[in-house]
Design a protein around this ligand. Structure first.
Ligand SMILES: C[S@@+](CC[C@H](N)C(=O)[O-])C[C@H]1O[C@@H](n2cnc3c(N)ncnc32)[C@H](O)[C@@H]1O
Length: 354
């Protein structure tokens, strides 16, 4: 449970179903137009402080069956006051009367939340690791468990570096990693890796133009555009040539669509109404894109290169069986790692060296 102690993860907890996409909520599917507002939502004149307004909107959300009432209300009010969290507002800010403009902004944002828009889209930005990223529907909102995928790549890279350094004389430089991310969405994984590995280069690919545009925007905002190549490309079995623009890769990393198709209808209204369902739907067995990535991996990776995947907890066994049925790929499942809910969530697959 180490991740629960990280403040950033706590910031995320509760705003989208956790351990998603596997953590499927059974809440009824409400489209934006279907949610009936049972209470008038206009800010009342007497509500002047941040504490008052948080309490007011929390009640409105409760009355209208909106999940995560307190968190939603607090994030929106803090955002308008220029803070990340309500807890970080000092007592002076909490006591100072809100201006009419601030109340109006809060009201507008809360109305979006009443239509079941995820808070991340309502605010238009969200944190992933140390980065603040722009968020825009329908591009997939990064989930907190995915932060662990970054740590796994970093651990493998530092281990490889130690091994290479111990076998080399000091004057020979160890080359810095080339990484491919398949399905970059908002750019969360690719940009975090670029930040943590300052000499690395990343190729980030997504089949959706909206995702490619958002990754580009986030890369520029974070001044990381010089080490990333962002491609609009639908990865398929024939994609190797287009992806090898910087030669073979050290790592392929992906949080692919992996929800079993039959589970899609049970996802929360926030997801079904606002996120691109193509970012989640992994086909009948949840493995459609996973199989494509694994089939491509031998042609894309250097010898001993690694694939790191986020998957559904049912996938580790399925992937192991699939790899055994495809020995020609020369890929070995090295490790299965659990997420902060204790579910098997991440796969480390390695290309055998010849
Ligand atoms: C679960 S989202 C992950 C987004 C981001 N990496 C993250 O973790 O926040 C999966 C992403 O893969 C993209 N995708 C799905 N199939 C793809 C394909 N065949 N080729 C390229 N991208 C694909 C989707 O558009 C979506 O942005």
């Amino acid at each position: 449970m180490r991740c629960l102690t990280q403040p950033l993860l706590r910031r995320f907890l509760g705003l989208l179903p956790q351990c998603v996409p596997a953590g499927l909520s059974q809440s009824p599917v409400l489209g934006p137009k279907q949610s009936s507002l049972k209470q008038s939502c206009s800010a009342r004149p007497g509500l002047v402080t941040a504490i008052d307004v948080v309490g007011y909107w929390q009640k409105v959300f409760e009355t209208n069956g909106i999940p995560e009432t307190r968190e939603s209300s607090e994030y929106i009010v803090s955002f308008v006051l220029g803070a990340k969290t309500f807890q970080s507002l000092n007592s002076e800010k909490l006591r100072t009367p809100l201006t009419a403009v601030q109340q109006e902004q809060i009201q507008q944002l809360c109305h979006r939340r009443l239509e079941r828009m995820p808070v991340q889209y309502v605010l238009g930005e969200w944190d992933f690791q140390d980065l603040t990223l722009k968020m825009r529907p329908p591009v997939f909102i990064p989930r907190p468990e995915t932060e662990d995928l970054i740590s796994l790549v970093l651990e493998e890279e530092s281990q490889k570096r130690r091994e290479k350094n111990s076998g080399l004389c000091f004057s020979v430089a160890v080359p810095h990693p080339v990484i491919l991310e398949i399905g970059c969405g908002s750019g969360a994984i690719a940009l975090s890796l670029l930040c943590k590995l300052p000499q690395s280069r990343v190729i980030a690919v997504d089949k959706e133009e909206a995702a490619v545009d958002l990754t580009k925007e986030n890369a520029h905002r974070l001044q990381l555009q010089d080490r990333i190549h962002i491609l609009h490309h639908n990865v398929s079995y024939g994609s190797a040539k287009q992806l090898l623009l910087w030669g073979p890769m050290d790592f392929i990393v992906s949080n692919p669509p992996y929800v079993f198709h039959e589970d899609m209808a049970s996802l929360d209204a926030e997801i079904l109404c606002y996120e691109d369902l193509g970012a989640l739907d992994g086909g009948t067995d949840g493995m459609r894109v996973i199989k494509t990535i694994l089939a491509l991996a031998p042609s894309l990776l250097k010898d001993s290169g690694s694939v790191f995947l986020e998957v559904d907890p049912r996938h580790p066994d399925m992937v192991e069986n699939w790899l055994q049925a495809h020995p020609d790929l020369l890929l070995t499942l090295r490790a299965v790692h659990k997420d902060f809910c204790g579910k098997p969530r991440f796969l480390h697959i390695q290309k055998q060296s010849r």
